[in-house]
Design a protein around this ligand. Sequence first.
Ligand code: NAD
Ligand code: UDX
Length: 464
Amino acid sequence: FSPKLKICCIGAGYVGGPSCAVIAYKCPDIQVTIVDINEQRIKEWNSDNLPVYEPGLDEIVFACRGKNLFFSSDVDFHINEADLIFVSVNTPTKKSGLGAGFASDLAYLESATRRIAKVATSSKIVIEKSTVPCKTAESMRAILDANSNDLIRFDILSNPEFLAEGTAINDLLHPDRVLIGSLTTPEGIRARSVLASVYEHWVPKEKIITANLWSSELSKLAANALLAQRISSINSLSAICEATGADVDEVAFACGLDSRIGPKFLKASVGFGGSCFQKDILNLVYLSESLNLPEVAAYWNQVVIMNEYQKERFTSRIIKSLFNTITNKNLAIFGFAFKKNTGDTRESAAITLIKYFLRENANVRIYDPKVPKEQIVRDLTDPEVASVEKFNQRVQMFDCPYEAAKGTDAIVIVTEWDEFKVLDYQKIYGEMNKPAFVFDGRSIVDYNVLKKIGFKVSVVGKAI
Ligand code: NAD
Ligand code: UDX
């Protein structure tokens, strides 16, 4: 097999893995190697048990792996071999130092860039796939330019990823758009057309759009901020609904029919989670502040504040309904992932809610169909959440929702897994303490049916 083009993707995570697996799947003439410094992760990508759960991902990886798709921890070798290099490393919120709590930690991105500069012996097109603050490409260029010479040149493109977890494969196969940011120099335009030719294997040309580098970088932060803003908006309205007797689902439906508003992303919830929304908005807040735009910063920061408020408000409602105390009460937690169809728990609302429950000395019994138990232990024994002693004393994990609910006073639905809609709630009710409560943080169960069974039901955004 002599490939037309060689691609190396640095970072075998939730984005690098699925996005480059789809490139390999759709481009049999291209060789794709996904590399990572985390050898364990690479081992898992090379096993039958992939480290990322995404509907449809297994089929795509198993169809191409060993043919034109490879996973390797030999980062340097594959950087050097490649024509195109995607940088898809993590860019988490900084935990300490300048901008702590807001700015993105670009240390991984910088170290990957330095690696490229160090080991490349031929020209490369370097593609920023990670979500980064506006103008990061400039820093990458400074590092790469310092190492280029007459024989080696580096072109930098921005190609942010818009996939959502749980629907990643479908999003990648049928993207709303592919955005490529570049310089408008002849070299920039040439590099852009090489990347576009990869996507043109399966994405209609009119969906591959171009922009300048800074617009492209900012568009990613902007898209996430706008999406999260819709959720905080509907969640703020859910508080008014609960206080007045309006029903947030009816309000969302009525508003969403206006074609200027649209129906998507208006589902009231326990608050948004996931590795992106909070991080990217905080990043935007930091960017605004550093541009001396405090009003803009405060505006976007309110989206995050509202999200925290939603989780606190939901917890207060639970405590209030359970006669103002949950101390030593048993709560079944249905769902731990930040959304359905993923095993990812980063920034999951479940973690914050359970932190609050444990502070009140409640006992929690967790069931999630996809999250590994070790992950739950890691998340809940984070020093910011609970001590190991408290975890051991108060937390139990189950493989079955019926077992988790046994002997509890309340079920708290945190993730909108479809299976929670069709459980045998009659059976569950029979094995719970009475009065038995359901707190539906996703508005997914038919509360009339539950009420008929005998449950006391509270649903986010409804005054029932
Ligand atoms: P992740 O943590 O799952 O994966 C990142 C991987 O990069 C890790 O496995 C890590 O070991 C590896 N890595 C870090 N530094 C490296 C280096 N120098 N060399 C080689 N490997 C290195 O992160 P993710 O969720 O895939 O996110 C990656 C980027 O994509 C982030 O910037 C994120 O904001 C963005 N993004 C994420 C999503 C999402 O849904 N998760 C969607 C769009 C964009
Ligand atoms: C998001 C963006 O959607 C995606 O385009 C970007 O590339 C990465 O960030 P992701 O975080 O994977 O994707 O999932 P998403 O579907 O956006 O959900 C984020 C959170 O918002 C989840 O906790 C979800 O349950 C919640 N949500 C979503 C709501 O509470 N209500 C909604 O109406 C939609």
